[in-house]
Design a protein around this ligand. Structure first.
Ligand code: CAA
Ligand code: NAD
Length: 297
């Protein structure tokens, strides 16, 4: 079979050229699932070194997909061929959907949207953000055409978790939200829930206060890291406890989400506890840094 980047006919209004901005944990995962879904994927990273690290991250995950029997070796090879990397945002002019997945900082994201708006000329193209918590309207207002800006919030690890939260703003056109939803559902095979444009959306508005409460428990000496995680895994049948999950998400990202949810709602439970701040200052950012609440080889 030829390695055509065509998605299933009719699905997602034929979005077959996707751009992903950032190849960190989430950008790499989003690029991988798009490539696995027969979509042509262009990935932006700031430098060649970061691009090489992003590609290596995706190849490791594809290998894991093969070793766990989720994809064949041929599918892994084909997915790898569909991925290209660039450090020039100008290369995104022909993209029909761009998903931004850079660091959770409003300033960095608004600058990406301002630039993308000028580069991606097709007015029907969809500009999406994978932000965990920043209101999408703030990103939309950095563009001249906010009707094509939408939130597409994926979950970590992207190849494993089936959810996408779709976040529309007061300005998002219904055509854009329908195309984004159809792409996530019909091309990527994800399940979609819709959320209002409120910081944290549905999942993080519920998850983050729980993670912050677990960090406060450690901070106050209420219980150990290991016992809190063990209690939740064995007592609630969660796949991992809140401190292991915080490490997986990234403590810098948890802090950034807490900051933006606190800014929105002024709810004390959302404010980041001092232990979290100290760990971020120390560079103990969790699994991606090799050290957080746990150490990683
Ligand atoms: N490609 C395809 N499949 C993969 C894969 C890959 N790269 N990596 C793992 N898998 C599959 C495995 O084959 C396995 O499938 P089966 O159950 O069918 O055998 C499954 O995923 C689990 O993998 P493992 O057995 O290797 O690993 P595990 O059992 O230790 O699970 C985990 C690891 C998937 C991370 C699991 O612990 C988990 O789901 N944890 C919770 C993660 C979570 O809550 N994420 C959400 C974070 S919040 C967020 O994302 C939003 C935000 O804005 C912060
Ligand atoms: P990460 O730290 O793994 O990757 C961050 C990415 O941002 C990298 O590609 C990095 O090169 C890029 N970046 C950093 N500074 C930049 C700058 N100044 N300009 C341009 N790019 C820059 O983070 P991640 O976990 O992949 O998170 C990325 C986005 O996804 C965030 O908005 C986060 O809130 C969201 N998100 C994260 C998770 C999670 O569990 N980690 C889940 C869902 C959504």
């Amino acid at each position: 079979q030829a390695d055509t980047p065509a998605a299933k006919p009719g699905a997602g209004d034929k979005i077959s050229r996707v751009g992903v901005i950032g190849a960190g944990q989430m950008g790499a995962g989003i690029a991988e699932v798009c490539a696995r879904a027969h979509v042509d994927v262009l990935v932006f990273e700031q430098t060649r070194e970061l691009a090489a690290a992003g590609r290596a991250r995706i190849l490791r995950s594809l290998d894991r997909g093969v070793s766990s029997g989720k994809i064949t070796e041929r599918e892994r090879e084909q997915a790898a061929w569909r991925l290209r990397f660039t450090s020039d945002l100008g290369d995104f002019a022909d993209r029909q959907l761009v998903v931004e997945a850079v660091v959770e900082e409003e300033k960095v994201k608004t600058e990406v949207f301002r630039e993308l708006d000028q580069i991606v000329t097709d007015p029907k193209a969809v500009l999406a953000s994978n932000t965990s918590s920043i209101p999408i309207m703030k990103l939309g207002m950095a563009t001249k055409n906010s009707s094509r800006v939408v939130g597409m919030h994926f979950f970590n690890p992207v190849p494993v978790l089936p959810l996408v939260e779709l976040v529309t703003t007061l300005m998002t056109s219904s055509d854009v939200s329908e195309r984004a939803e159809a792409f996530a559902r019909d091309v990527l095979g994800k399940q979609v829930v819709r959320s209002a444009d409120r910081s944290g959306f549905v999942v993080n508005a519920l998850l983050v206060p729980y993670l912050l409460s677990a960090i406060r428990m450690v901070e106050s000496g209420f219980a150990t890291v290991e016992d809190i995680d063990k209690a939740i895994v064995l007592g609630l049948a969660h796949p991992m406890g809140p401190l292991a999950l915080s490490d997986l998400v990234g403590l810098d990202t948890i802090k950034a989400i807490a900051d933006s949810m606190y800014e929105e709602f002024k709810e004390p439970l959302y404010s980041p506890p001092p232990l979290l701040l100290r760990m971020v200052e120390a560079g103990r950012l969790g699994k991606k840094a090799g050290h957080g609440f746990y150490q990683y080889p």
